[in-house]
Write a protein that binds this ligand. Structure first.
Ligand code: BMA
Length: 326
């Protein structure tokens, strides 16, 4: 049970000498009117290491058709967003919503700091915010949706309401300890009454089990509805900070219940562009589109470039049911 890499990888690389000259990675993806839109994290310098979001359009065979010359989203300093990172896009009732990490204190990743001798900065924890996307060209900010005090990246919305409520998967990295019933950062489920409000009724979904996800794990792209359950691709990090991808099937009506999950990674850093970059040994899935029976999964590699991989959805979910762990 592995993802198949696209032959054109990497499908997007840094360019120019400005806002996207250092790295372009971790893309959200949506398929609309025969075209795939990617919204990706773009970095233009190692001094601030503040990300903007860029926008590129591909055809269904992953040929690049268009790439915006200006950033699609800039951080809003007035709102304590110094960097906007790791977007994920979900369509709910015909509208597009994008979650993104709003980082109050961006800094180059540890690997870059060690390489360039940059000291560790003071840091405030990241939160995750939501924006409504209008006609793929513009967006409206809806505010922070993660609980106050929670260290939150890896937040994805379900494309449908569950039990009459909006629903979300999140990963509060500091909700650890006996009071949270988890000994490490875990994947949680929560409801939302309205999309511009905070989450409620948090339920623990998945803790790390295997060594390859032993340090932490977090959702990848928004869950994909299949006959057999919600298919959730996720990343796992081991004690050496290697990022790999796994997948889980969650119950359709009670998505906090795991039906099956992969025991082994379905994608791991092997190619040169996955092993070497600003952060070595990272594959980080964040986008997925379904075209006919195929799922195309978009991932960032080594915090440097964007890549794609694919699977047949029926084969993959039945393999997961038959060979995965529960
Ligand atoms: C996470 C995020 C991602 C990044 C990953 C690997 O914490 O910062 O954007 O791809 O680490 O460095």
């Amino acid at each position: 049970m592995k993802l198949n890499r696209h032959i054109a990888n990497p499908i997007l690389e840094p360019r120019g000498d400005d806002w996207e000259s250092v790295a372009v990675f971790n893309p959200a993806a949506i398929y609309k009117a025969g075209k795939i839109h990617l919204f990706y994290r773009a970095v233009g310098d190692y001094t601030l290491y503040a990300s903007r979001l860029g926008h590129a359009i591909f055809d269904r065979d992953l040929n690049l058709i268009e790439r915006d010359s200006e950033p699609w989203m800039l951080p809003d300093w007035k709102m304590w967003e110094k960097s906007v990172e790791d977007p994920r896009v979900t369509e709910i009732e015909g509208e597009l919503y994008l979650t993104y990490v709003a980082t109050p204190s961006p800094s180059p990743p540890g690997a870059v700091r060690r390489r360039l001798g940059i000291p560790r900065p003071e840091s405030a924890h990241p939160r995750t915010a939501l924006a409504k996307v209008n006609d793929l060209r513009a967006f409206e900010r809806m505010g922070i949706i993660t609980p106050y005090g929670a260290d939150e990246r890896d937040v994805v919305l379900f494309p449908e309401k569950i039990d009459g409520h909006y629903a979300v998967i999140h990963r509060p990295a500091n909700w650890v300890g006996p009071e949270y019933h988890t000994s490490g950062p875990a994947i949680w489920f929560a409801f939302m009454e309205n999309l511009d409000q905070k989450m409620f009724h948090h339920k623990l979904v998945m803790e790390a089990e295997a060594d390859w996800e032993g340090n932490k794990l977090g959702a990848g792209p928004p869950p994909v509805k299949t006959e057999n359950g919600w298919l959730l691709f996720y990343h796992g990090v081991d004690k050496n900070s290697v990022y790999r991808a796994g997948a889980a099937l969650l119950d359709l009506n009670e998505p906090w219940k795991v039906i099956a999950r992969t025991s082994d990674p379905i994608l791991e850093p092997e190619e040169e562009f996955e092993r070497f970059g600003d952060v070595p040994n990272v594959v980080f899935p964040e986008g997925v589109v379904r075209i006919d029976n195929s799922l195309i999964i978009f991932y960032g590699a080594a915090d440097k470039v964007c890549c794609a991989a694919f699977v047949d959805v029926d084969e993959f979910t039945s393999d997961l049911l038959n060979n995965g762990m529960t």
